[in-house]
Design a protein around this ligand. Structure first.
Ligand code: GUN
Ligand code: FE
Length: 424
């Protein structure tokens, strides 16, 4: 039986594939089940009489995708922000993540994370768990109940990690395979993703073994790439034959090519690495707030757009202190301006339209036809209210959206639709 056609009415904003912002004031978003049928200035005759949710004077935009976030780090966001990456991992992150061996702790912390993610603008996310299979399954269970759509990874860590957060390669691969078998088809909205933490944490045996699991179960992959200068030097020491950090992954078969892959950061990617990402369809998860907090640097997101790499936004909580992709959009714009002033004067900064595209269409595309209101896209939508923030002048729909990104953010999200279902 065909699902019922429904309509949302309001001030509609979305991006097209060329990153252009389309706005329709007082328009109609028509969908059927999980499929967008179209956006109209006037309701077409054939849809007269279908149920309308009336959000007049509210903004309606596609759902947001967080391409890179660490669920077990949610509890310590906003702490220890004076450290750089490697020291921060060793003194803070690994100490906290080791606690997820304890399922009671995991349940408390993951419930807080999922509740807050559910309240904000994010409809889809690619999420790191910890090395612990049981806690990771619990996180997947909570996410599935929330109605959000997510890829979740049990993390692999087999070297350069503390005793209480390190596996042998054999155990890591055995646990990963068993976890994949248990969760592969278990949930409606949540799927597994292979998650080697980064090259310094994973020996060669682990990476080759993960490639075999990847091929057997056809899984996507997420990891970190070229985030921090000390990290990059360390990777070169660990894999001396590699021509760049990306090549250290590519040697094990875990760098795109047929395999949907997300690499977080790419702050210092060389020309060779950028070409490899482009050729192999590797996604960049641009995490501007994390790169600022951990003094990592500024990723040239604008350059990646110009080169037509696949790219979206990530919060990288707790490297980023904030779970909001609206905030990631404005952080991305702001650091791109500093990049122009201090690094590359001929590089244009990101525009508001481009940042909006990255947080919706750009990241959403990792999930398929997601992140826009073009016909055939999946039905993820947010209803936004910024009427509590006063202004004396008339504003266009585009101006209201820009203001929302900077001034309202997640608290302004009033209703949320994910994969055709209203979850708020
Ligand atoms: N590289 C390896 N692990 C991590 C992590 O947890 N956060 C960030 N930002 N970078 C990493
Ligand atoms: Fe990260």
């Amino acid at each position: 039986m065909k699902e019922e056609v429904k309509v949302l009415k309001g001030d509609i904003c979305y991006s097209d594939k060329d990153r252009k912002l389309i706005t329709v004031a007082d328009g109609y978003l028509v969908y059927q089940g999980n499929q967008i049928l179209g956006v109209y200035e006037a309701l077409p005759i054939e849809y007269q009489g279908v149920p309308i949710s009336d959000y007049t004077n509210k903004l309606i935009i596609p759902g947001l995708t967080d391409l890179h976030v660490h669920a077990p780090q949610y509890g310590f966001r906003g702490l220890q922000m004076d450290l750089e990456l490697l020291e921060w991992l060793n003194t803070t992150t690994f100490v906290e993540e080791a606690k997820y061996q304890d399922l009671e702790y995991a349940k408390k912390a993951y419930t807080q994370f999922v509740n807050d993610l559910q309240k904000g603008g994010t409809t889809r996310a690619c999420i790191f768990g910890t090395i612990h299979s049981e806690a990771t399954k619990m996180l997947m269970e909570l996410l599935d109940e929330s109605g959000l759509v997510a890829y979740v990874g049990k993390v692999n860590m087999t070297r350069n990690s503390p005793d209480n957060l390190r596996e042998t390669a054999e155990q890591s691969l055995r646990d990963t395979k068993q976890w994949v078998q248990e969760v592969g088809d278990k949930y409606t909205h949540v799927k597994p993703i292979l998650t080697p933490r980064f090259i310094p944490s994973c020996d060669e045996e682990t990476l080759h073994g993960l490639k075999a699991i990847q091929e057997e179960y056809k899984l996507p992959v997420q990891s970190h790439l070229s985030e921090n200068r000390d990290e990059i030097r360390w990777v070169k020491e660990l894999v001396p034959a590699s021509t760049c950090y990306g090549d250290a992954y590519a040697r094990t078969g875990l760098f795109g090519d047929e395999v949907p892959t997300i690499m977080a950061h790419c702050v210092y990617s060389t020309e060779e690495e950028i070409e490899m990402m482009k050729d192999r369809g590797v996604y960049v998860a641009h995490c501007p707030q994390s790169n600022t907090n951990l003094s990592s640097g500024i990723a040239p997101a604008r350059l990646y757009l110009d080169k037509e790499l696949k790219i979206g936004l990530g919060t990288d909580v707790a490297g980023g202190a904030n779970l909001s992709i609206f905030r990631a959009m404005t952080d991305g714009i702001q650091v791109s301006k500093l990049y122009k002033v201090y690094v590359q004067p001929d590089q244009k900064p990101l525009t508001m339209e481009e940042a909006f595209y990255l947080g919706t269409y750009g990241g959403g595309s990792f999930f398929g036809k997601v992140g826009s209101f073009l016909p055939g896209f999946e039905m993820d939508a947010l209803v936004l209210d910024e009427s509590d923030i006063p202004h004396p002048q008339e504003l266009t729909v585009k101006e209201r959206l820009e203001r929302f990104l900077y001034l309202s953010g997640d608290p302004g999200v009033k209703h949320k639709y994910v994969a055709g279902k209203q979850i708020r």
